[in-house]
Ligand binder design. Structure first.
Ligand code: ADP
Length: 178
């Protein structure tokens, strides 16, 4: 039985196995949730990201992909970085956004992370409507969690009341499977 929930809060304080970062392709930190995660994690996170760039992803992390690092000073054990599609650059394919959620869960399973917190990937600077992100995320999770074991808790951690409301409504529309 998997628990999927939506809460109002700051993802950097979550006591889960892994938190997902809405990163950009360069993985060098930035604004929004990415900046908050790097600020709270401290310099060890940037070091880990530099190592990813120097080894597996010299050209950066592609949109829709996910990669894990340590979590520095955060209560979580890992940060899973994913790059959402940027609507302002014409990246409006929901499959790319769905991939952020499913690839992040696949990385979590590989790590053995059973409790995973997600922000509203692409719903900030990257310009997607929160309701659309919520619907895409919920659909992606429904299919993914039905097919694969390994994750017990998915928590969406939302930073504003309207975003929380969008996720709550998408989750209740999704019905009992979640
Ligand atoms: P993107 O570039 O993918 O749109 P942003 O960081 O700009 O990413 O925004 C994604 C979402 O994360 C937005 O809804 C934003 O309000 C939210 N957010 C910002 N800081 C935090 C935080 N500390 N915890 C959780 N969510 C956050």
């Amino acid at each position: 039985m998997v628990t999927v929930e939506a809460v109002l809060g700051d993802i950097t304080t979550q006591c889960v196995d892994a938190i997902v970062n809405a990163a950009d392709s360069a993985l060098m930190g930035g604004g929004g949730v990415d900046g908050a995660i790097h600020a709270a994690a401290g310099p060890a996170l940037l070091e880990d990201c530099r190592r990813v760039r120097a080894t597996t992803h010299p050209k950066g992390l592609p949109v829709g992909e996910a990669v894990a690092t340590g979590a520095g000073n955060l209560p979580a054990r890992w940060v899973i970085h994913t790059v959402g599609p940027n609507r302002h650059r014409g990246q409006d394919d929901p499959a790319l956004l769905a991939s952020c959620f499913t690839r992040s869960l696949a990385v979590a399973r590989d790590l053995g992370a059973r409790c995973v917190a997600f922000p509203a990937v692409s719903a900030g600077v990257y310009g997607w409507d929160a309701a659309e992100v919520a619907a895409v995320a919920t659909d992606a999770l429904r299919a993914d969690l039905a097919e694969h074991d390994g994750v017990d808790l998915v928590r969406f951690v939302l930073f504003s009341e309207p975003t929380l409301a969008a996720f709550q409504s998408a989750l209740s529309a999704a019905g009992p499977l979640l």
